[in-house]
Design a protein around this ligand. Structure first.
Ligand code: SF4
Ligand code: SF4
Length: 160
């Protein structure tokens, strides 16, 4: 354990069990984030959607089960510790992925996710005599997470 940094220790992110977490939009790279973030909670308090929560070590993470990101920039503007990139940059690289538990993939009609996707990233193609086939266009998805909590099967994963 002697080689881990203070930030790694605080976030519990060392070793083989390290999990990929989703930081708020415009966050700097993970290592820089845990060095710079003071865990003051300003970004949590600023988020009107209340989707920023305390993660491991009290470093902020996004919980899309609570809602979607509207890219309002309040979190980035609230940070006094340079843990966010310039707002002219892309907010993040994350996109949605449809897991095999999706109802459409097991023959049940459901289009809840596409109905809330403002980007039009989720498509259904008609199948002869069958349930429409779901697909997700990663180039259109902006990672807002609107599709996550609406899914009755928790079949949408957002990751980098
Ligand atoms: S950009 Fe706005 S909605 Fe998105 S996480 Fe930050 S404060 Fe919340
Ligand atoms: S994360 Fe947002 S943009 Fe991407 S597919 Fe889901 S609703 Fe659409």
């Amino acid at each position: 354990m002697s080689n881990i940094t203070r930030a790694q220790f605080l976030r519990g992110g060392w070793g083989s069990n390290k999990k990929t977490v989703i930081r708020p939009p415009w966050s700097v790279t993970e290592d820089s984030f845990t060095d710079l973030c003071n865990r003051c909670g300003a970004c949590l308090d600023s988020c009107p959607e209340k989707i920023i929560v305390n993660g491991s070590g009290k470093f902020p993470i996004i919980d899309f089960q609570k809602g979607e990101c509207t890219f309002c920039q309040a979190c980035a503007n609230a940070c006094q510790y340079r843990a966010f990139k310039p707002l002219s940059e892309k907010p993040w690289q994350i996109t949605a992925e449809i897991k095999d538990t999706c109802l459409s993939k097991i023959g049940v009609v459901c289009q809840s996710c596409s109905e809330v996707c403002d980007q039009g990233a989720i498509h259904f193609s008609l199948q002869m005599g069958g349930v429409p086939d779901i697909s997700l266009d990663n180039t259109q998805c902006n990672g807002c997470g609107a599709c996550v909590s609406i899914c009755p099967k928790n079949a949408i994963k957002i990751s980098a």
